[in-house]
Design a binder for this molecule. Sequence first.
Ligand code: NAP
Length: 483
Amino acid sequence: MIANVRRAEEFADVIEVRFDCLRADELESAFDRVESIKPLLATFRSSEQGGKGTANLNARSSFWGRDLSKFWALDLEEDVASLAPSATKIIASFHDFSDVPNDLANIFSRLSETSSDLIKIAITPVDITEALPVWKLLVKEQESKKNIIPIAMGDAGKWTRILGPAYDAFMTYASLDEASKTADGQITARDLIDVYRVKDLDRDTRVYGVLGDPVSSSLSPYMHNPAFAADGINAVFIPFLVKDLDTFIRRMVRPETREVELNFAGFSVTMPHKQNIIKHLDAIDPTAEKIGAVNTVKIDGGGKLTGYNTDAHGFITSLKANFGEIKDVRVGVFGAGGAARACVYALQEEGADVTIFARDMSKGEALANNLNVGFRRLSEDRPPVVKTLDVIVNATPLGMKGPLENDSLFTADQLSGVKFVYDLVTRAVDTPILAEAKKAGVPAIGGLEMLIEQGLKQFEIWTGRAASAEIARENLLDRLRKR
Ligand code: NAP
């Protein structure tokens, strides 16, 4: 703990020392030894309030009875609030680790009646809009000049941690590293400062983000935030966990109905909302309309939403850059999901000879008929089909990190004679099919190429400017390696 306090000094403005994470026999010596050049915040929480140990009220009361003058502030829950010494700054805190209480306003008034200097309220929303009550407290209480720290935990509340300080939250909490997170949804201090640039954000910051469920593994923040920073653009890109898209658009986006002003300027849209977003748009780009899926939304000054699809562009641009002209080339697209759809559309536009291969006959045939290309069932017996193809596109999750990470559609032997392999799966290392292609001497690229190209196009749609592919690659690879 002492060593971690030293590490935190590098980037924290205030260091919270969670005494409840120590054993009773460690507490004494830690208390005596903990020192810092940065202000220290002491916390000793009960297990009901999310504390890590088993300290009862007696143990906690005796802790708060010590000489605590070396701490900048003390974080006390309601049951021990009366023990607060008068000389030190006091944070009165409330945590709900599983829900959003209905009576948040009452809880807030009770905490306001204590002699605290700051009020911290942490709740746990499941969907993004459930974080609104805590955000509204922040907006409302600023009028009465209350110092408040509003936190919505979990992925659905990440935006409150990132945007809080720009909207005058007294502070935001961050973890030392991935391994030492003390609450769900907590972001590392490095990411909060270097990726999200939390210290530079203000109310003029244009807010972008990815709408999806799940969004925790999205790489887009690690591409768009460095691009904004490199171009000196006052904008931030945030992962938004959206389960109910209709409610999100109504309560947070549409100028006529929204309950908060967050300066939204655009979104990336990912599964499962790429189709559902269309009904919320004011305008749609013809390509996105033909594909039937939108992965990019631009919001203009008047709040008008326009949808685009940059997946098709990202795929075909990277394929042509690495393979060359694709007209009349025999391409097999494996998979019949959202990514396959964008790829097949783009290949069709370029005059390629496309066949879809999918295990689900009805899904595959429907997509093939819709886009007017060939279809073949992907059976366990795959080898014969490869002989009829020049280019293979893997648009299935085979090779993705997780249960399918060692699976490849084809072996090196089976790939011999193929001219090019494009695996849409994005990893820092070669996926199995890329490794097999290498073994067979077949040129191949991975999903990072499409990810970068579709993101560069998004950036251009949003800002009218060109982002750097090199900066994107460097940051995305760095992030992928840390996974
Ligand atoms: P999706 O909509 O869920 O579609 C996945 C397709 O793969 C479905 O046709 C599915 O068939 C098939 N599939 C799943 N497991 C399979 C298996 N074990 N064997 C054979 N087929 C299988 O997913 P998506 O959004 O299209 O994404 C597909 C892949 O592309 C993912 O790996 C994703 O990460 C990648 N991707 C990359 C980018 C990029 O920018 N690089 C962008 C988008 C997607 P069933 O319907 O029968 O399950």
